[in-house]
Design a protein around this ligand. Structure first.
Ligand code: MN
Length: 290
C-alpha cells in the first residue's frame, strides 16, 4: 500500500506543476547536461555500480535491454568492486549516460595528478577532491584507464535533467530550496544530510536532504548505501543498495516505476560506515512496480 500511494501521489503532482529547469550556471557548463532524446521505449536508471561488473552484466541481462532503452547511471561507476575498467568499457560501449560520482571525480583528480589528463582538467572547487596519496585505489586504477575511459569520465555532468520523465539525476543529492546553479558542486556528489541549512556528508547529524525535498522534479540519486534502497519518498528515489558491500544492484525503470534488482555475488569490500538496518515496511519485492 505504501508503494502504491507513493506512485499515485507523485503522478498527480507531476501533472499539475511545472518542472524546474536550471538557467544560468555559476560553474563550468561542462558539468551540466540537459538530456534531450528521441522517444525511447524505457528509461532505465541504475544505482552505484562501483566496479561490480558481473552483477552489472546480470542486471542488464535480466532487464532484457534493447537499443531503444535509454540507460542512465547515478555515478560511482568505479572503485570498491573487482572490475572498474570493465564497467567503464561496458558503459561506453552501450552508450549509457551517467552523472559524476565522488569516486569518479577522485579518479579524474588522480589522473590529472599522474599526468594522464592535462593539468587544469579538474576545475571543480577543491572540496570536491581528496589528497591522491590517500586514495591509493584510485591512483592504481588511473594507471589502467584508456584514452576513451578518460574522455568518457571528463564528459560526465554533476546533474542531468530528463524532461521526458520530469526527472533530475544527481549522484548524492542537493540542498532543497537552492537553485541548481547555486548549489555547492560537492553537495551534488557527497551530500547525505542537511545540518544547519547546509549540506553535510554525515548521516548522523541533522536530517536527510531527501526528507526535506518536496519536488518537483523527481530526483533519482545514489551514493547513500548506508540507508540502502530508498523508496519511501514522494519526490525522490535512492538507488544505492550497496552492491559492492554484498547488497543489491538496483535498476529503476520509467515509465512504470518498476524496480529490478540483482543480488551481489559476494561482499566485495567492507562498508565504511555501518549499514542502517532496513525497516520491514521498506522491503520490496525485487521486481515490483512502485
Ligand atoms: Mn558516492
Amino acid at each position: 500500500m505504501l508503494c502504491r500511494s507513493f506512485a499515485l501521489k507523485t503522478t498527480r503532482k507531476f501533472s499539475s506543476r511545472l518542472f524546474v529547469r536550471s538557467s544560468l550556471l555559476s560553474f563550468s557548463s561542462r558539468y551540466v547536461r540537459r538530456f534531450m532524446s528521441e522517444p525511447k521505449s524505457r528509461t532505465i536508471f541504475i544505482g552505484d555500480i562501483h566496479g561490480c561488473l558481473s552483477e552489472f552484466e546480470h542486471l542488464l541481462k535480466k532487464l532484457k535491454i534493447t537499443p531503444n532503452d535509454e540507460i542512465i547511471c547515478v555515478g560511482d561507476l568505479i572503485a570498491k568492486g573487482p572490475n572498474s575498467c570493465g564497467v567503464l568499457k561496458l558503459v561506453r560501449e552501450l552508450n549509457m549516460k551517467s552523472v559524476l560520482g565522488n569516486h569518479d571525480c577522485q579518479l579524474l583528480f588522480c589522473g590529472e595528478h599522474l599526468g594522464f589528463i592535462p593539468k587544469g582538467s579538474c576545475t571543480l572547487p577543491s572540496n570536491c577532491y581528496g589528497d591522491p596519496s590517500k586514495t591509493p585505489e584510485h591512483l592504481e586504477l588511473a594507471k589502467q584507464l584508456t584514452k576513451d575511459d578518460w574522455t568518457y569520465l571528463l564528459s560526465l555532468p554533476l546533474y542531468l535533467e530528463v524532461p521526458e520523465h520530469k526527472v533530475l539525476v544527481v549522484h548524492a543529492g542537493l540542498v532543497p530550496g537552492i537553485p541548481y546553479d547555486l548549489q555547492e558542486p560537492a553537495d551534488f556528489m557527497k551530500i547525505r544530510n542537511i545540518v544547519n541549512g547546509r549540506g553535510s556528508e554525515s548521516h548522523n547529524d541533522g536530517v536527510s536532504w531527501v526528507s526535506l525535498w518536496n519536488g518537483p522534479p523527481f530526483v533519482v540519486f545514489g551514493h547513500d548505501a548506508i540507508r540502502r534502497l530508498q523508496t519511501g519518498h514522494d519526490w525522490a528515489i535512492g538507488l544505492d543498495s550497496g552492491c559492492c558491500y554484498g547488497g543489491d544492484l538496483t535498476a529503476f525503470i520509467m515509465p512504470g516505476r518498476e524496480i529490478v534488482q540483482i543480488a551481489a555475488q559476494k561482499n566485495h569490500c567492507p562498508p565504511t560506515s555501518p549499514i542502517i538496518p532496513q525497516q520491514e515496511s521498506e522491503k520490496i519485492n525485487p521486481n515490483s512496480s512502485l
